[in-house]
Design a protein around this ligand. Structure first.
Ligand SMILES: C[S@@+](CC[C@H](N)C(=O)[O-])C[C@H]1O[C@@H](n2cnc3c(N)ncnc32)[C@H](O)[C@@H]1O
Length: 280
């Protein structure tokens, strides 16, 4: 029987692991379209957080971040417009019910323009096109909200892919978001995460990419940033084995967020629909 390799810290800027999930079980849900490979979050938490740290995922989807937090004894708080589990709070990532400067680490894997259909809610950023459809303006608001809730000196990771669709302009979402985030935060590094997408291995995808002279998305960006501490540039922390545990309190909401549209009906697992025809 195939056995997954043990998890260990990735030490180059090219990250690869042969499975969406580590260990025996699952983190998040493999049926959730756009779920994040859990080893990516595991690596970030090992490097940039301590036991007991408050970790937020404002677009938590199937809850991958929460499961990794549980495994590593971090205090995960998940938000999404279409909560898949009771422990995920329904909220807009632009208006989170959290206090200013209350979060030790934040991970976010946002929609990549309109590539996948999520809740269809008017607040869903996956409804906004990166080609002039308001996607970047909405992401600017998400970035501002992350900045508000992160503690000075703390770290965040954003996982994203560029967008290419037939007969439409290429959208360099990675470069655009990196540039917007760098206006607020200090870039720590850029990682290329190899995509193991089964559809990429299908013959007709290869043939279409050859015939149409375009490229399939082979990697995602992982941008790692640090919110300035206000003091001299903070030293990068050592990976977890060297760090003692701490407790960081969750704080009360700072202000009332605007009301959300009524929740959408729950989509059965694996039944999320693609909005538009696109190449991964
Ligand atoms: C790529 S998925 C995240 C996947 C997640 N990391 C996981 O492993 O399951 C992007 C998520 O963003 C959510 N989303 C889109 N717009 C949002 C908004 N304005 N506020 C909160 N969540 C939003 C979608 O519902 C979707 O679950």
């Amino acid at each position: 029987m195939y056995k997954k390799p043990p998890l260990e810290l990735q030490t180059s800027t090219l990250w690869e692991y042969p499975s969406q999930h580590y260990g025996e079980g699952m983190q998040g849900s493999k049926g959730y379209k756009g779920a994040t490979p859990s080893y990516v979050i595991w690596n970030l938490l090992k490097r940039y957080t301590k036991k007991g740290a408050v970790v937020v995922d404002p677009m938590c989807g199937s809850g991958t971040t929460l499961d990794v937090c549980k495994d590593l004894e971090r205090r995960g708080l998940g938000f999404d417009l279409q909560p898949q589990r009771p422990e995920i709070t329904r909220a807009d990532a632009r208006h989170l019910p959290l206090e200013d400067a209350s979060v030790d680490f934040l991970f976010v894997d946002p929609p990549y323009s309109t590539h996948l259909k999520y809740s269809g809610a008017p607040e869903c950023i996956g409804e906004l096109d990166a080609d002039g459809g308001g996607y970047y303006e909405a992401m600017d608001e998400v970035i501002a909200e992350i900045d508000r809730i992160l503690k000075p000196g703390s770290y965040m990771g954003l996982y994203v892919s560029d967008s290419w669709r037939q007969d439409q302009p290429f959208c360099a979402i990675g470069f655009e978001l990196f540039s917007r985030m760098s206006k607020r935060w200090t870039p720590i590094d850029i990682v290329a995460v190899v995509r193991h997408n089964k559809t990429m291995k299908k013959g007709h995808w290869h043939r279409s990419a050859e015939a149409g002279n375009y490229f399939l998305r082979g990697f995602n960006y992982l941008f790692i940033m640090q919110k300035p501490s206000g003091k001299a540039v903070a030293k990068t922390p050592r990976a977890e084995s060297a760090l003692p545990g701490t407790e960081a309190p969750v704080q009360k909401p700072r202000r009332r967020p605007p009301p959300l549209s009524p929740p959408p009906p729950k989509l059965p697992r694996g039944k999320q629909l693609k909005k538009k025809k696109h190449r991964i």
